[in-house]
Design a protein around this ligand. Structure first.
Ligand SMILES: [Zn+2]
Length: 241
């Protein structure tokens, strides 16, 4: 049976300022609230990517949606986690290992708002709530750029994250959605078992597990668009090769 898994992509959960740039990376807490209620009402279970892949393997028709949050913003802990817990949902959060407890330094000097990232203690509390912590490289750099040291950005990022949290990390998220064959090969050698991109589409059994497409949710995603993205071929028609 052909399987189809929506992997929703969120970043920061807060109301953006009116003139803020990169507004699309924010979703208001109240919007996340109705989105999770809608999933619940439709009979979907919102889970981490790890759990969603397991559930789909056991039953390709399972009504499951993978929830992913990039960068590990503190507002995941303060605003998203209580909503997820209230629905008995989980999620995957991708953190750049060297930036734990710092800010989104990779966005510095681009006019993008600086935001606090979760500390190790926040991440440990997330793990207690069944949240999967995935790796988002060491410093959130472009891994396809020749100046990036892939042994640090992939191998060291994985081992330090695992050491710090005392848990295995097998899921990866490409910073800025950028990757190439060399990056994928190193991820496999380092022991990762899957990786998410910023390519649009629903994940099907035919997709490469190291090139998982996702469904972007932004501050202006309205309920009708949310349903189209989840339940129809809307996102697949927007796939970029
Ligand atoms: Zn990121």
């Amino acid at each position: 049976m052909k399987t189809s898994l929506p992997v929703l992509m969120y970043h920061s959960i807060r109301k953006p300022g009116r003139r803020e740039i990169m507004k699309g990376m924010h979703v208001k807490p109240s919007s996340l609230g109705w989105q999770m209620r809608l999933l619940s009402k439709l009979g979907f279970k919102g889970t981490s990517l790890r759990e969603a892949l397991q559930l789909k393997q056991m039953d390709p028709s399972a009504k499951v949606v993978a929830l992913t949050f990039d960068d590990g913003y503190f507002n995941f802990f303060s605003d998203a986690l209580p909503i997820l817990v209230s629905h008995k949902f989980s999620a995957t959060v991708y953190v750049p290992t060297a930036r734990i407890g710092q800010t989104n330094l990779w966005d510095e000097n681009k006019g993008i708002h600086m935001q606090s990232l979760m500390t190790k203690e926040h991440l440990q509390k997330c793990i207690c709530e069944n949240i999967e912590i995935g790796c988002h490289s060491m410093t959130h750099s472009d891994l396809t750029h020749t100046s990036s040291d892939l042994s640090i950005e992939i191998y060291k990022a994985k081992s330090e994250l695992e050491l710090s949290l005392g848990t295995e990390t097998s899921s990866f998220c490409y910073p800025f959605g950028l990757y190439n064959q060399e990056v994928m090969n190193i991820l496999k050698r380092a022991g990762f078992t899957n990786a998410v991109t910023m390519r649009r589409g629903l994940f099907s059994g035919e997709d490469d597990i190291f090139q998982i497409p996702r469904v972007p949710i932004t501050w202006h995603t309205m309920p009708h668009a949310y349903l189209l993205k989840l339940l129809t071929s809307y996102e697949d028609k927007r796939r970029r090769q």
